[in-house]
Ligand binder design. Structure first.
Ligand code: MN
Length: 251
């Protein structure tokens, strides 16, 4: 992991362009990333996450039928919104400077409250999740990312199997992840609740570049108890350009 140009301006740009309705098609193309400027801070994997919820980069129905509109709407406007709101409360209560990246807090989460851990993780995880999916997603990774996946897991198919197993065998609520570890290797892991690999309490640490929400709230309306079907459908909406972008910034 390395120090990079801060991208707080990216957030503003993302927010502004989303308001202008221009963001679709820009996320993951590198156009947003190249708009970076401003102060230097250390971020995780070149991505800096703020404490407020950013606009969903597509409509609620955009990922259907893989993820239905009602699930997306409730997930974004209720569940994820609550994490962001509760995170802001926790930040006030615990004197966290919200002008700094959330990643800084996650890296030393063991020093904060359970409220910060649950909602800081919850907010970060969902901000990542919305942005690694796209209505134009699916297919396979390419280029350097595909090479790294092949080097770490033997093949793309073997990676998919490991990732799906992590998602399917997470008991109760949690996430499965593809992350870049401290030696720039790719690792698959899963975390309980709203934990993630950036946290100092994580069993397997790294910079997440792909994450899948396996809480029942992410799939129950459409898939009920069939988590494996939801996990399979996820591949149809993965935005590999966005994942590649995160990968290249993390190494
Ligand atoms: Mn969720």
């Amino acid at each position: 992991m390395k120090k990079i140009e801060n991208i707080s301006s990216r957030r503003k740009f993302l927010s502004d362009t989303t308001k202008a309705g221009l963001v679709m098609g820009l996320v993951g193309t590198g156009i947003l990333a190249s708009s970076c400027a401003a102060a230097k801070v250390t971020t995780s994997g070149g991505f800096s996450t703020g404490f407020s919820q950013t606009p969903l980069p597509y409509g609620f129905s955009a990922l259907a039928p893989n993820i239905d509109a009602k699930t997306m709407e409730i997930h974004y406007t209720k569940h994820a919104a609550a994490y962001a709101s509760n995170l802001m409360d926790a930040a006030k209560e615990e004197g966290v400077d919200i002008s700094k990246p959330l990643e800084n807090v996650l890296a030393s989460i063991s020093k904060y409250s359970v409220k910060m851990r649950n909602n800081g993780g919850g907010h970060y995880n969902h901000e990542l999740f919305w942005n690694i999916m796209s209505p134009d997603g699916g297919g396979k990774p390419k280029g350097k990312l595909l090479e790294a996946i092949t080097a770490s897991f033997g093949s793309y198919e073997s990676f998919v199997t490991q990732f799906e197993n992590a998602a399917k065998t997470r008991f109760g609520s949690g996430w499965s992840w593809l992350s870049v570890d401290s030696s720039n290797k790719l690792v698959v892991s899963s975390t309980p609740n709203q934990d993630n690999p950036l946290m100092d309490v994580a069993e397997i640490k790294g910079t997440p570049i792909l994450g899948l929400d396996v809480w029942e709230h992410a799939y129950y309306l459409n898939y009920q108890n069939r988590r494996p079907d939801y996990v399979s459908a996820f591949w149809n909406v993965v935005n590999w350009d966005a994942v590649s972008n995160r990968f290249e910034k993390a190494i």
